[in-house]
Ligand binder design. Sequence first.
Ligand SMILES: Cc1ncc(COP(=O)(O)O)c(C=O)c1O
Length: 368
Amino acid sequence: MKNLLAQPTLEFARTMHDSPRPEDDLSRILEEPGFGEVFTDHLVDLCWSERGGWHRPRVRPYGPLQLDPAAAVLHYAQEIFEGLKAYRHADGSIWSFRPEANAARFQRSARRMALPELPTEYFIASLRELIAVDGRWVPSAPETSLYLRPFMYAKEAFLGVRPAKKVEYCLIASPAGAYFKSGPAPVSIWLSTQYTRAGKGGTGAAKTGGNYAASLVAQQEAYEHGCAQVLFLDSVEGRWIEELGGMNVVLVKRDGTLVTPDSDSILEGITRDSVLQLAEDRGHRVERRPVSLDEWRDGVASGEVVEAFACGTAAVVTPIGQLKGPDFTVGSPDAEPGELTLSLRKELTDIQYGRAEDRHGWMLRLDQ
Ligand SMILES: Cc1ncc(COP(=O)(O)O)c(C=O)c1O
């Protein structure tokens, strides 16, 4: 395990919360953290202006942001975000998983959305700073973590359509429980044929709120059909699968090959990249290429596709039991989770929680 960037290059001015969450309250929260509803005592923020660049690194009590009603983000959605986790290891230390990859994706998202790029060392320094003040919020129960949510938005008050000259970067955090209380159960996926999430040349590869706003109506449709997630195609009349509303997709072939869509309109998942690396380390072939819906549907029917899973930071690796569309269903909600799916999930979480050797140098310690 490596310990890069031990010296943050920013000096954060700290204003501490005058009534932080009492210990007994916090213990109760950390026993059943849920997801994304309770936030730590502090946030970290940093301003950017066209003239002054990045400035005013601060820690302050968690609370509402001050936004002018004309702030560009509220009108033209110029914003980006990231999502990663802090894990507590058995010795009490606190680690994150490939945060440099999140920092690099944040920079790619920024370029696409005409926002300033946050240097990797500032991104990492902000994570360290939040852990320095709110480290006690990292839970220690199995499969729990502190979810870290960095985001950046156009703060300038103006109603013209152009990149904002004033921007804010902010980091908040929320304790996260085990996604699956009794182990990973297969989920059903709804194929959206009416809506797409992103188009060619659009913003699909950026982690920006608009992509998620565009997915909500399809996600609602998925719920109505008893499915947990929605699968998007490359276009409404399209034949290529892209990704789920908030996760990437991988198919496992009978010969052990893992296949995943290669597309410039999906989010390049860090979980997917890591899981595929672990599979390659075991000698599996990995194919990143266009994948058609027929390859999945016909493959399940013929026995050529033996497992399918979704992957992302929140649910790590989730077996897909069933794929449903308006006029077809393949698989079953009661399907047994795939063997390879489960063992890759275990290998990844063992690394993240410090139970297995980190041979790729993916873990970065945050509490030092
Ligand atoms: C649309 C989308 N695709 C894929 C992913 C998976 O990315 P990661 O593994 O980096 O969390 C996410 C989750 O962040 C996502 O929102």
